[in-house]
Design a protein around this ligand. Structure first.
Ligand code: HEC
Length: 154
């Protein structure tokens, strides 16, 4: 007595996946996020107008005053979901974030999350992996820039 066992099931189960949600090291050395974003958004007919571009951000030596202000914002508004280490809380950990993400991409995730989730493939991937939409935190551009400065120290 050996009825055929559904052969497909066993293989399906193997596809269990354990995403780290962008945790420590992004393993893909391929193009930095942001560089690939333009074409798909145009194809979707969604507007990326108003997004921050590289030209909007100037970065020199790390400015400790800004770092401290950025840390203060992090403590109040971001800490619940982001660690400063490699580990995910709700969203990805921030350790090394400025090495794997472009500054303008980071700024847009902070300031224009809704547009990013509509148009940017990397932002959409983050949502798939974390299963939570990053809520708009209502930061000003200066706030965002200070948090970016803080991130540079992580
Ligand atoms: C309620 C939880 C929550 C809070 C609060 C939150 N975030 Fe997020 N954040 C997320 C989630 C979830 C993602 C991943 C979603 C995605 O990539 O689409 C994310 C992604 C990000 C990313 C992209 C990270 C990466 O490497 O992909 C940045 C940058 C970011 N958040 C900045 C901030 C800042 C700055 C604050 C505070 C001002 C903040 N977040 C507050 C949940 C949160």
């Amino acid at each position: 007595m050996s009825p055929k066992i559904l052969p497909g099931l066993a293989t399906l189960v193997v596809t269990a996946f354990l995403f780290a949600c962008g945790g420590g090291g992004e393993s893909k050395p391929a193009g930095p996020p942001g560089a690939s974003g333009e074409a798909p958004s145009a194809a979707l007919g969604k507007s990326t107008a108003g997004l921050i571009t590289a030209a909007d951000i100037s970065m020199g030596e790390i400015d400790q005053g800004m770092v401290e202000k950025g840390r203060g914002i992090y403590d109040v508004k971001c800490q619940a979901c982001h660690s400063t280490g490699p580990n995910r809380v709700v969203g990805p950990g921030w350790k090394g974030i400025t090495e794997r993400r472009k500054p303008e991409w980071i700024m847009n995730m902070m300031l224009n999350i809704d547009v990013m989730l509509e148009t940017d493939p990397e932002a959409q991937k983050g949502l798939e992996e974390c299963l939570v939409r990053m809520p708009n935190q209502g930061l000003s551009k200066d706030d965002g820039r200070q948090v970016l400065e803080f991130m540079r120290t992580l």
